[in-house]
Design a protein. Structure first.
Length: 82
């Protein structure tokens, strides 16, 4: 069975505060004098999935996100094939 590689990019929803991102943004702007207007942190999760085809592999990754990897109350995600 083939192996498919995916990346899941997870970020806080736009209406949720990101204190770590705010701190890094402030340091870049105020201490490093860089013209950063907005910065939000996230995480990237890389998975290798064994499945019959690409569509089934994508469904496995989506299920993993919905059941464990992502908190849908405060986070949103995007799946990319690598």
């Amino acid at each position: 069975m083939p192996i498919f590689k995916f990346a899941v990019d997870v970020q806080y929803r736009s209406n949720i505060r990101d204190p770590r991102g705010e701190t890094i943004e402030r340091v870049l702007r105020e201490e490093k004098n860089l013209p950063v207007k907005r910065l939000r942190l996230g995480k990237s999760i890389h998975l290798e999935v064994e499945a019959e085809d690409r569509e089934k592999a994508y469904e496995i990754v989506k299920r993993a996100c919905e059941e464990l990897l992502v908190n849908p109350v405060v986070e949103e995600y995007e799946v990319r094939e690598l």
